[in-house]
Design a protein around this ligand. Structure first.
Ligand SMILES: CC(C)=CCC/C(C)=C/CC/C(C)=C/COP(=O)(O)OP(=O)(O)O
Ligand SMILES: [Zn+2]
Length: 414
């Protein structure tokens, strides 16, 4: 389907204003719609096919593994994230990482690993669940004996026990905050590296479920506004724990499908906020998880061909509004490119291109076939084959047995 003829979900917000009330939010929304309109006008016929700037994105990502600009100084405590964002972007583009570069990344992430387990945001930094999640994902993307060997699984397991809370949730780091991100990061690394045991996740599902709120989505902590980032973390954590049926999935579905913007085609993170390219993964990525969960609940009406969002409209938003001409992707037109948005815009584009159910797949590619990206795993957001390889590798090693499990939990977080 050409971009020019693709049906838009609905019309601009102006056409929905029935009481004429102007607020700061409505002014901002209108301004963004005007910017989107302008960006899309560049694709009027005959230039109607939006093109993925594959090579420019590749060059941008490749350079980031060697050199970062001063703008990344503020991410000094997120360096494993930068490795993950870049490596995942490269695998989506089907660009291999040379062996020597892969070894350099392994050596760097080894320096980020803490003597007591888990990974910090950089060498010598305190162990934290977010960079731990990013480091494990990055090492699994590399998928070599060398990269798997970096992870000290016994110590990773004891780090998780140390930050586990009596209510089932985890602190992001010793003495740190708790929210739904931590349940996902902990469940993700524990399942991928095969260190998961029931005791470690006792109470976790109940805690995550308590964060589903009146809107149907999931907030960071109980009672908080629902947000796409937390909703993805909550649902993905429950899918790993095989407890997603404890959520009200119909209300979750209703909430997320209403986060796709009727004019822009991209997703917003929460009600009455602006479209942002990164929610192409955090929000649209919920639909494959929901599809599987509802199928397991016996829902007979599920499509065999499509996810329950407008896949073409999301692809158009990403291709027409989120690509930087010099490579890299972004939140919305006029914003700067960065590796976070490049990773999650490409991840969302991949979700929107590839439907898969029970081994049956159906591709819906906006623009040329060469726009197609590699698929991504709906839970871990890395190449599905790399997930399978990591599971085979780590399951052979068995679950580490701790000397005295009862002594560890909450020792440092009474
Ligand atoms: C695995 C892992 C650690 C996942 C993180 C998930 C994630 C993206 C959470 C978002 C958190 C948040 C409150 C964003 C609001 O940003 P904002 O107010 O700037 O944006 P908004 O206006 O779009 O809501
Ligand atoms: Zn964003």
């Amino acid at each position: 389907m050409s971009a020019a003829t693709a049906p838009r979900i609905a019309r601009s917000s102006e056409e929905f204003t029935d009481n004429g009330v102007v607020t700061l939010t409505s002014i901002e929304q209108k301004r963004i719609e005007d910017i989107i309109k302008q960006a899309c006008s560049l694709f009027e016929p005959p230039l109607s096919e939006p093109n993925l700037f594959r090579d420019r994105h590749y060059q941008y990502l490749k350079k980031g593994l060697h050199h970062l600009s001063d703008a990344y100084e503020c991410l000094d405590a997120s360096r494993p994230w930068i490795c993950y964002w870049i490596l995942h972007g490269l695998e989506l583009l089907d660009e291999p990482v040379p062996d020597s570069l892969a070894s350099d990344v392994c050596a760097f992430l080894k320096l980020c690993q803490c003597p007591d387990g888990g990974f910090g945001g950089g060498p010598g930094q305190q162990a934290h669940l977010a960079p731990t999640y990013a480091a494990v994902n990055a090492l699994c993307i590399l998928g070599t004996e060398e990269s798997y060997a970096v992870i000290d699984r016994e110590k990773l397991q004891s780090f998780l026990y140390r930050i586990k809370q009596p209510n089932g949730d985890f602190c992001m780091h010793q003495g740190g905050e708790t929210d739904v991100r931590s349940a996902y990061c902990a469940a993700s690394v524990a399942s991928l590296t095969y260190i998961m045991e029931p005791k470690l996740f006792e109470g976790t599902a109940d805690w995550v479920v308590s964060c589903q709120n009146w809107e149907g989505g999931i907030g960071g902590v109980p009672g908080m506004e629902a947000h796409g980032g937390y909703t993805f973390c909550g649902l993905a954590a429950l899918v790993i724990l095989r407890k997603e049926r404890m959520l009200d999935l119909q209300r979750l579905l209703r909430w997320v499908v209403n986060r796709q913007m009727r004019f822009e085609g991209g997703f917003q993170g929460r009600t009455n906020k602006l479209v942002d390219g990164c929610y192409s993964f955090w929000q649209a990525g919920l639909l494959p998880l929901l599809h599987r969960s509802l199928m397991n609940e016996g829902d007979q009406a599920l499509s065999e061909q499509r996810w329950m969002f407008h896949q073409e409209a999301l692809q158009e938003y990403l291709l027409m509004c989120c690509q930087h001409v010099a490579g890299g992707l972004l939140d919305k037109p006029g914003k700067a490119r960065d590796f976070y948005h490049t990773c999650y815009c490409l991840s969302g584009l991949s979700v929107a291109q590839h439907f898969c159910k029970d081994g049956l797949s159906k591709d819906t590619i906006v623009g040329k076939e060469s726009n197609a990206l590699q698929p991504t795993h709906p839970i871990y957001n890395i190449d599905p084959d790399k997930v399978a390889r990591a599971l085979v590798h780590f399951s052979k090693l068995g679950i580490p047995t701790r000397v005295c499990p009862a002594d560890e939990p909450d020792k440092l977080n009474p």
